[in-house]
Design a protein around this ligand. Structure first.
Ligand SMILES: [Zn+2]
Length: 405
């Protein structure tokens, strides 16, 4: 999440030197065979024992937190990835979502009740429990009030705001056929995000057409900032007009590209000259996703170049000392290379993703300076690297959980 510290901390190295040889046909031989991860790679041979060890640790989960980000629904998402169609597994997942005790307080997929409700609807659909599925979707849709009202005070960012609610709606529609969330609801959330962004840009006199604030800062990264919001909007581009895509979103992306540090990294917020974050929530990793999807939408090679350049920074500085987490650690950074591999089909990026995943396979203290507050969770704890290790086995299908549809 935020954790933006400053002062003396900024001068010390926040990452380990990358000890791996960079990609060459020769260096890749040991881990990639015909575009697939070699069966003798440690991330294949150790997968099952790693899974068994990880799952044992989940015996005493704290059900006071049911979020995807730090709570039981993150473990549910991991178990859904591991075995998406097994009935007894799906029943266990429902228990992890703890659907009867949701308080409908927060809106988003990652940090709010929209996550367990959306996952619950998908699981009920798989189980043939149609009435319960409809009931959960109704509950999800009843949360829309603040999300469709641009003046409600709800932020727009991904972890706590409209973009995170939008993801929950899109997630349900992607995984349930026919899509149960009405298009006009999705459109209303998008309109509120655009209205709020136009107002943010106007009131701050920005040269770009959309701008968003969270906690009095103009954050730029994936979790709290503009890059995350733009990425979500482009994933929902079928609900946007050409004018919105070309006259609002594109110039906002171009504006952010100009904010790049000389190192190739990106600031965590506007006006910050602190070039220190290389993690999904802040800095270059979030921009990989944004520029990759911009390349797909606009067909302009400048975005691909920007995505690849952001990838270089992550390869150089992405083995961060904060640890292995999906949100602000190495497993989250590994996903950037999977994104670039899917975009380019260039084996180099698969190789780099494998190397970062290998780094994650043994979480020893040597690779982590601070233990996470929620050590079992999906976004801060061990469920995150486990998710990566499962997901990377099919690298063309891997998706950053709760962020890429
Ligand atoms: Zn984070």
């Amino acid at each position: 999440m935020v954790s933006v510290s400053s002062g003396a901390m900024a001068v010390r190295m926040r990452h380990f030197e990358n000890p791996f040889d960079d990609y060459s046909v020769k260096s890749a031989e040991s881990v990639i065979t015909r575009n697939k991860i070699s069966s003798n790679s440690s991330i294949v041979t150790e997968l099952e024992s790693k899974w068994a060890k990880t799952i044992r640790k989940f015996q005493n989960l704290d059900f006071r937190d049911t979020s995807v980000y730090t709570g039981t629904s993150g473990v549910a998402l991991l178990k859904l990835l591991k075995n998406p169609n097994d009935e007894s597994n799906l029943m266990e997942i429902k228990e992890l979502l703890d659907l009867k005790h949701l308080k409908h307080r927060r809106h988003t997929f990652l940090c709010g009740d929209a996550g367990p409700l959306a996952i619950g609807a998908v699981v009920c659909n798989k189980l043939g429990e149609t009435d319960e599925m409809k009931h959960l979707i109704q509950k999800l849709l009843r949360m829309q009030g603040d999300a469709v009202n641009p003046s409600s005070g709800l932020p727009d960012e991904y972890l706590y705001g409209r973009a995170g609610y939008l993801f929950a709606l899109l997630y349900v529609n992607k995984h349930i056929e026919p899509p149960p969330v009405p298009s006009n609801t999705i459109r209303q959330v998008i309109e509120a995000i655009l209205t709020s962004g136009k107002e943010g840009a106007r009131s701050g006199s920005f040269e770009c057409p959309l701008m968003y604030q969270w906690h009095d800062s103009y954050y730029l990264g994936a979790a709290h900032g503009v890059s995350g919001i733009m990425y979500l909007l482009l994933q929902a581009k079928e609900f946007l007009t050409d004018t919105e895509i070309n006259s609002l979103i594109k110039p906002t992306i171009d504006y952010m590209a100009r904010l790049r540090f000389r190192s190739g990294n990106y600031p965590s917020s506007l006006g910050s000259d602190n070039d220190k974050y290389i993690q999904w929530c802040h800095g270059a990793p979030g921009f990989v996703y944004l520029f990759s999807i911009a390349h797909k939408v606009f067909g302009d090679s400048k975005y691909l170049k920007l995505a690849l350049e952001a990838g270089e920074v992550i390869w150089k500085r992405g083995l961060v000392k904060k640890g292995y987490s999906i949100c602000h650690g190495v497993s989250g950074n590994a996903y950037c290379f999977l994104e670039l591999y899917q975009t380019t089909k260039d084996e180099k990026h698969l190789y780099r993703a494998i190397k970062f995943a290998e780094w994650c396979i043994n979480y020893t203290k040597d690779h982590e300076e601070h233990s996470p507050d929620r050590p079992l969770s999906l976004f801060e704890g061990i469920a995150g690297p486990m998710y990566l290790l499962l997901d990377i086995q099919k690298p063309m299908e891997a998706k950053f959980p709760g962020f890429t549809l």
